[in-house]
Structure formats: C-alpha cells, structure tokens
Ligand binder design. Structure first.
Ligand SMILES: Nc1ncnc2c1ncn2[C@@H]1O[C@H](COP(=O)(O)OP(=O)(O)O)[C@@H](O)[C@H]1O
Ligand SMILES: CC(C)(COP(=O)(O)O)[C@@H](O)C(=O)NCCC(=O)O
Length: 394
C-alpha cells in the first residue's frame, strides 16, 4: 500500500518516555492521482469520505529524530480537510497532546515546518477510550489466570466507567459520557516509577529489558509474605493466605544482603508486582467510591504484559470480592493520540467510522515497532492498523 499525505496527529512526552503517533492513510495505491480526487468519495450521509486505515506507531522520546524522519518519510500532516477547504488554511498542522506538545513545538516547526496544535490531555484520553470502546471490536478484554477474554461492549451500557491511565504517573477518570468526565484521583507511583526505580536497582538500559527480566524473576525472594510472618500459616481471620505479599521488598530488611546479592530479575518482578498491585488497589477504592463496576486500564506501562495484567486483575478481584472487573485495552497506549485525532473535528473531520476488521500491517510499516524488544506476552499493537472511513465536513 502506498501511503499518502493524510490527516495525522501525534502525542509527545518528555525524555525517557514515549511518543505515540496515530495516522490515517488512504487505501488506494494509485500514486498518479491527486490525493483529493483519489481519496474522497461521497458517504451515505452525503459527506465526502476518505476510505483508509488508522496506523499506530511509538518511538522512545530519546529517539525523537527517528519519529521526525518517520513523519517526513510518510509526509504526514493535516491535508484531508485543507483540501476540502474546511480549515481554510494551507498551514501544516498535526494535533498533539501531553507535555511533549509544548516541549517539542519548536523542534517540529524547525525540522518539519509543522505546527503542533495542542489538545487537552484528559479530553484526549477520554475521547480515545470512548472511541475504542464503542467503535473497535475486539478491543477490551479481561485477563485472569493467564486467559485473555475479549468483552463485547454494550454501547447502551458503557457509562459510567473508571478509566485508569498508567503512563509515567497514573490518572483515574470517572467517565460518564462523551466529553463528560471527572479526574477523580491519581497516583504518582506509576509506570515511570517502575522504570526509574528499576533502572537504578537493576542497571537495565531499556524498559523492555526490565520487563523481560520480571518475566523470569521470583518476587518471593525479596517480598515478605504473610506466611513469612506467621510461620508459614495463613491469617485466615483477616482473609490473608500465606502466599499473599505482606510487605513488598520486606525481606531485604533482615536478609543481610547487598543490592548486588539479589538477582535483577527478582528485583524487577517485586517492583512490578508492588506497583501493579498498588494501582489495582487504588483503582478499586475509587471504583467503590463512585459505585463503578467496570475499570478500564490503559497506558503503556501495561504493554500487554501478562504478569502486570494478572496482578492488576487479581488486586481488583481480591479487594472487590469479585464485584468489580478489571479490563484492558488492545490499544492501551494510544488513547491520548487517538483522542487527538478525534479532535480534528474542528478542522473538518466530522466522524470516524471503523470497519470491523483489524488488520496486521506489513512488518516494518512502523519504525517505532521495536519488535525485537517486545515482551513475550505483549500485544504488538503498534503494528496493527484499523480499517476505517473518515467523513469530512461538506
Ligand atoms: N519502550 C519504553 N520506554 C520507556 N517506557 C516504556 C516503554 N514501554 C513502556 N513503557 C512504560 O510506559 C510508561 C509511559 O506510558 P505512556 O502511556 O507512554 O505515558 P505517558 O507518555 O503519558 O507518560 C513508562 O513510564 C514506562 O513504564
Ligand atoms: C500529570 C499526569 C496527568 C501526566 O500524565 P502522564 O504523562 O504521566 O501520562 C500524570 O502523571 C498523573 O496523573 N500523575 C499523578 C499525579 C497525582 O495525582 O498524584
């Protein structure tokens, strides 16, 4: 497929984290036609419509030049609406949200001649989540006992829900409808904490290495379990089995060991368990606070990693006594970027309609798809595209 100059947007984050990019390309590979006549046809609503695909890519922020090269090579920018005269401007614009939209505005202007049009981060997260939950199937899934089960979302019964976005920090948002939400809580112990502490404690050089280590580790080497405290017994009266973690990293107090004496994989696993469990617990408490039964977890901390999802799901199940359900999203890390895309509305994009098949893009379609480092159970969702139509304002 030949990709064309298309409406696109991206989300930039500060150093050490990720840049997420979502862009649209038209289906046709007839490079001799102009984009305008080629891509636009009339939808059944009478609006001009572009048939194509949404693509997802991510780049480590430290490799921002790769991202710039990618955007340049694909000639990504807002063109669809310009050509329909909706914006009335020939200015090159891409939508951006998050801290990077401020931090990298000058760089994008200088290197690509592109202006970053900033969109509010919480608005974008919610718009992205609502879009995915309503338009894309399969998208949401539960994870229990190593089993992933996709959930069909009833559009009439979607709201209210709790959205927990685990990025560098964690935001917890009660969503009541399209554009109707409140950020009810958050925690500063999030994905950045796992990566930052993990880096210090294990000397890992990249996030995927740290995640991979956690896969092989044993947290019981460092964590103090209920059984360690009560001579191998459960504390049945308060509902704690002997294998429950009583105190993360607790064994390090009395082990008489130095950091070097612990295996990096055990440290990584304890850390991942500690942070995931804590997020699961705070999320449940907020769900309880507002009587919410469904909690959707997103953000790139998750990375489709089995152990992370299992810990979060077990925490929610345990604390809610099975009343609340943790759900995860296939496009977990792209909510903000997707929400940015939805905000092109003001530039003449009326609607985005998804065709129900999710396709695998050819390998290499995304420079950001650093496949070699993806964790064993992770979804390679940046390599997936979604067939869709973009309706343009008349
Ligand atoms: N390749 C990666 N490099 C750095 N962090 C990663 C990577 N993959 C996943 N992460 C995790 O994702 C977190 C950032 O999540 P993200 O959804 O991108 O949030 P944000 O950019 O809004 O802070 C990091 O703190 C880290 O825990
Ligand atoms: C400030 C943020 C919204 C930024 O989003 P992020 O880049 O972490 O995805 C987030 O880090 C956050 O919600 N932190 C928790 C702050 C708190 O409630 O304590």
């Amino acid at each position: 497929m030949k990709e064309r100059r298309t409406p696109t947007f991206s989300r930039w984050k500060v150093k050490g984290s990720l840049i997420k990019l979502v862009y649209f390309s038209t289906n046709s590979d007839d490079s001799s036609s102009s984009n305008d006549s080629l891509a636009a046809s009339n939808g059944d609503r009478g609006s001009p419509v572009l048939e194509g695909k949404l693509h997802f890519a991510k780049f480590e922020t430290q490799k921002i030049n790769d991202c710039i090269d990618f955007i340049r090579s694909k000639q990504l920018r807002l063109t669809g609406s310009e050509q329909h005269g909706a914006s009335g401007s020939a200015k090159c614009v891409i939508k951006a949200t998050g801290g990077g939209a401020f931090k990298y505005a000058d760089l994008f202007k200088e290197k690509l001649g592109i202006s970053l049009d900033k969109a509010d981060e919480m608005d974008c997260l919610v718009a992205g989540a609502n879009f995915l939950l309503k338009a894309v199937h399969p998208e949401a899934f539960t994870y229990m006992g190593g089993q992933k089960e996709f959930v069909k979302i009833d559009h009439e019964d979607l709201y209210p829900y709790l959205l927990v976005n685990i990025g560098s920090g964690v935001s917890m948002i009660k969503v009541d409808g399209p554009g109707k939400f409140e950020r009810v809580s958050g925690t500063n112990v999030g994905g950045g904490t796992f990566w930052g502490l993990g880096k210090l404690l294990t000397k890992c050089k990249n996030f995927d290495e740290l995640l991979e280590l956690s896969h092989q580790g044993n947290n019981r080497v460092i964590d103090m379990l209920v059984g360690d405290i009560y001579g191998g017994m459960d504390y049945t009266k308060i509902g704690l089995v002997s294998t429950a973690i009583a105190c993360s990293f607790g064994k390090a107090i009395s082990d008489n060991k130095e950091l070097e004496d612990y295996k990096p994989e055990d440290i990584s696993r304890s850390l991942l368990r500690m942070i995931s469990n804590n997020i699961g617990q705070i999320s449940y408490l907020n769900a309880l606070r507002f009587g919410l039964k469904r909690i959707f977890f997103a953000g790139f901390f998750i990375r489709g990693h089995a152990y992370t999802m299992d810990t979060i799901a077990v925490a929610v199940h345990f604390w809610s006594k099975g009343e609340a359900k943790a759900m995860f999203l296939k496009h977990e890390g792209f909510l903000g970027a997707l929400g940015s895309f939805m905000s092109y509305e003001k530039h003449g994009f009326e609607d985005l309609k998804v065709h129900q098949s999710v396709q695998q893009s050819p390998v290499g379609a995304s420079l950001g798809g650093d496949k070699s480092h993806d964790p064993p159970n992770g979804d390679l969702n940046e390599n997936q595209s979604i067939d869709c139509s973009v309706y343009l304002s008349q």
